[in-house]
Design a binder for this molecule. Structure first.
Ligand SMILES: NC(=O)c1ccc[n+]([C@@H]2O[C@H](COP(=O)([O-])OP(=O)(O)OC[C@H]3O[C@@H](n4cnc5c(N)ncnc54)[C@H](OP(=O)(O)O)[C@@H]3O)[C@@H](O)[C@H]2O)c1
Length: 332
């Protein structure tokens, strides 16, 4: 079967197509034919050199952590899945950034990591939303939930996670402010719950936030990291919360905790969605909530762009250049 592999870290050009032998599924495993594969910013981080990775990668490496697919066959001891079922997965257990392997046509995945996909959610939508939606859910359900009227700031509000936060937080009654990199993205986020887009490449976002909410926002959701996090301390009202969940622009520098006192008794959180799905039973409940939010229309995912598996290098270029608006997936 075809897989997109890397034989060294580097730019998108290190992604190359390769024929790979896949053994039959082992005990407890399910063989899937991928129908839609997710594109995540973490795939780029692993390709570049993986600042999350604890031990050196053993090349060749197949990137990707998330996909939807059809069950082809099952290994010994698998009772819950039969050929033809539509399923999805985010991670396959173990260290998330080291156990990659979704950029391929077929894969053996532990049955314990799979979820059934409900009717009403397409394979492409599932691949576009599972990891990003669980990340938004982890923050809203476990870290900070708005009260009606609370002002919040979402950085990169048009990003994969950002747009789901915008839809969900506005549904919960928050007043959503969001930074975006272009006019096109500003229009997109306005249609998705963000009442106040701020063009942060052209203006000082702290000043813009203060114009809209002079007392500061109750919480900041930040997936951009290095370029936005420290300045965001000045956007938050006393006792407010700053959540840094990503590093699209690079790591946040070490933080002096005293700053949190000086800026008004602020709190900071740095979640990883993998903690949110570590327990298999909770994982299923969390997926069920996410799928219900999609089916009920609170969350909306339109896959605006698809790439063929062999074109994944172009997909990485587009992601890194902040080129596309909406969701994109790989269709093998
Ligand atoms: N903690 C977790 O468990 C978790 C889970 C999922 C994702 N993440 C992380 O969250 C971040 C966002 O993920 P996502 O899937 O929402 O990303 P995405 O859809 O690829 O969007 C990233 C956005 O970040 C903005 N950005 C700002 N500076 C950038 C730079 N130097 N290079 C590229 N983009 C830049 C861009 O928006 P503008 O053009 O509007 O500036 C870009 O579209 C990533 O760092 C990802 O690894 C963390």
């Amino acid at each position: 079967m075809k897989a997109m592999t890397i034989h060294r870290n580097g730019g998108p050009e290190v992604l190359i197509a390769q024929d790979v032998q896949l053994p039959p599924p082992g005990p407890g495993q399910v063989r899937l034919r991928h129908t839609a594969i997710a594109l995540n910013f973490s795939d780029i981080n692993v390709r570049r050199g993986g600042f999350y990775i604890a031990k050196p990668l053993v090349f060749p490496v197949i990137l990707g952590n998330e996909a939807a697919g059809i069950v082809v066959s099952t290994g010994l001891g698998v009772a819950d899945y039969t050929p033809g079922m539509r399923v999805g997965y985010v991670g396959v257990g173990g260290p998330f950034y080291e156990n990659t392997g979704a950029y391929c046509e077929e894969r053996n995945v532990p049955a314990s990591c799979l979820v059934r996909l409900p009717d009403g959610i397409s394979d492409a939508q599932a691949a576009a939303v599972m990891l990003k939606g669980l990340t938004a859910a982890c923050m809203i359900n476990r870290i900070w939930r708005p009260k009606a009227g609370d002002p919040v700031l979402i950085h990169a509000a048009a990003s994969g996670v950002g747009i789901l936060l915008s839809q969900w937080l506005s549904h919960l009654g928050a007043q959503v402010l969001g930074t975006v990199g272009s006019e096109q993205k500003a229009e997109f986020v306005k249609q998705n719950g963000c009442a106040h887009p701020i063009l942060y490449r052209q203006s000082d976002f702290v000043a813009e936030v203060k114009k809209i909410v002079p007392q500061g926002v109750a919480a900041v959701f930040d997936g951009v990291g290095k370029d936005t996090f420290i300045a965001s301390l000045d956007c938050v009202r006393p006792f407010g919360m700053l959540i840094n969940y990503g590093n699209a622009s690079g790591h946040v520098p070490p933080l002096d905790l005293l700053l949190l006192a000086k800026k008004g008794s602020l709190s900071v959180s740095r979640p990883a969605f993998s903690s949110y799905i570590a327990d298999p039973q909770e994982m299923r409940q969390n997926f069920a909530e996410l799928f219900n939010l999609l089916i009920s229309g609170v969350l909306k995912v339109e896959v605006s762009q698809t790439y063929r598996l062999q074109d994944v290098a172009r997909a990485h270029q587009d992601l890194e250049s902040r080129a596309f608006v909406g969701s994109a997936v790989i269709i093998p």
